[in-house]
Design a protein around this ligand. Sequence first.
Ligand code: ZN
Length: 364
Amino acid sequence: MLRIIKSMENKYLIPALDLVENVFTAWDSPSEGKTVRALVEEIRSKKYYLPELELIMVDETDRILGYAMFSRFHIEGKYEDELLILTPVAVRTEYQRQHISKELIEYGFEKAIVLGYKAVLVEGNPKNYNPRGFVTSADRGIVAGPSIHLPHPACLMVKELVPDALEHISGTVDYSFYDTLCEDHKNTVYMKRCYELAVQAGKKGFDTFGALLVHNGEILEEAENTADWKKGIFGHAEFNLVHKCANRYPDSLLKESTLFTSCAPCERCLCAIASLGVEKVVFGVSYEAFSKLTPGDALPVDREGLLRELGITMKLAGPVLEEEGMHVFEWWGGEHRPLEELIAEMAEVKAKAAQKELYNNDIM
Ligand SMILES: [Zn+2]
């Protein structure tokens, strides 16, 4: 089998993105796969992207075997013309351990030297990178900032491309330049999945809500709404999710998990979530926005505070992708209707109710 290394070309882009996503899905989880794919797309869209150093290895049939991206990087706003970051590196699962990443990375080093770069930063397993000449960055005065959660300090590494390059490069590393690497982005990946579940429920004729439980980047369970008001079946998505998880996962794991839901949970579901022992809830659509679609207004109550008084810890975070989440309700009950129409209809109901109230007050 031939191994040809080249810089990215348009025709390889989609297969390369697919490869990256598949490799990280297999190695970690589907959400990690999507996150790394989004990271590649984000780096490509920004000013630190170096087309010459987005590398692929193909065989004689033009099939992509491996991928490695070097892009410019700064530490505290400095060194962006000297420092590179190596991320991600992905090798087709069936060809791992055949030195494909080694060849790609070493090819990248040589090209980077020609382009005038002095050092490369990487986050990963030291076992993979120490043999390539990377050393623990903290030993060279380059430390991870508070937003970077390393499994071990040795996982952030640096390599000099030219001798003594690191004599003058030091500081605190921060990835906030890349949205994909921030917590917020990961939340959007899970929220999009909640919205898919909600639309799925809607298309089946149920109410459009979906929820899922995530632990350590892995989706453990998913649930859709199955409410049937004619039969008096509650069937809220979060409630269904709690029932899927109950007696299945230990308290210790649930306490570390996050429940994502397409819409801020109703009070009954909040109690169900609390009973499960989950302490973090991320919602898509807020109570306020959702109340545009219900006859009643959102209750102005401090839910976290009320639960705290009962000795229950729960953090409610959101909204996330709220506008997209509101459009999910267009599938409510199985028939697609534009959001504006639904909101206008409810506004009319609210106006009538207010008028009635006024009239009641009049005769009293
Ligand atoms: Zn509910």
